[in-house]
Design a protein around this ligand. Structure first.
Ligand SMILES: NC(=O)c1ccc[n+]([C@@H]2O[C@H](COP(=O)([O-])OP(=O)(O)OC[C@H]3O[C@@H](n4cnc5c(N)ncnc54)[C@H](O)[C@@H]3O)[C@@H](O)[C@H]2O)c1
Length: 156
């Protein structure tokens, strides 16, 4: 297993605890992703399982005053970064014939807005971006219900 993070120290600490490898990689930088994937592959062979865990929570307060730089940062890491790493690893999985698995870590906040997290007003679209598309009419969104009341997931 390899832990990739833009924070080299954090990656090394986590990797040390788990006795695995660490690589420094910034998911917002395509060249860094290419290099990180290549380094991990050179050490351990083709990647079989990718977990897109890097993510940031930024901003807060009313949407109307959210600085564009904050919006851009969230999209660059949570959305574009997930895409960039997935693209690099999926291409490699196909090429090597690996029966790969890709896991994207998201948040309940992607489908259930939280007051004062994305907006201080009652939740109304649109709000601060995240990875998964919001489901405006889902039971979770409408009632603020818990995960146990959500519909069946199609994810594996
Ligand atoms: N902690 C929670 O309550 C919570 C809730 C919902 C979702 N999540 C999601 O779970 C995941 C992990 O959360 P966490 O609480 O462990 O967060 P964390 O901040 O402890 O870990 C996130 C890691 O992502 C790394 N990272 C950030 N930007 C990066 C980049 N550009 N390139 C590479 N690495 C980058 C950070 O250095 C950090 O080590 C995130 O995707 C987060 O959105 C967390």
């Amino acid at each position: 297993m390899t832990i990739a993070d833009r924070d080299a120290g954090a990656a090394a600490r986590a990797a040390g605890e788990l006795d695995v490898r660490a690589v420094t990689m910034d998911v917002t930088d395509a060249a860094s992703v290419t290099a990180g994937v290549a380094e991990a592959t050179a050490a351990l062979g083709p990647i079989e399982v990718l977990v897109n865990n890097a993510g940031v929570v930024a901003g807060g307060g009313p949407l109307v005053s959210l600085p564009l730089e904050v919006f851009d940062t969230v999209v660059a890491v949570n959305l574009r970064g997930t895409f960039t790493v997935t693209q690099a690893v999926a291409g490699q999985m196909i090429e090597s014939g690996t029966r790969g698995r890709i896991v994207n870590i998201s948040s309940i906040g992607a489908r259930q807005p939280t007051a004062a997290s994305a907006t201080t007003r009652p939740p109304r679209p649109p709000w601060t971006p995240s990875r998964a598309p919001p489901r405006w009419s889902s039971p979770a969104t409408a009632s603020g219900s818990t995960a146990s009341r959500r519909g069946p997931s199609t994810r594996r």
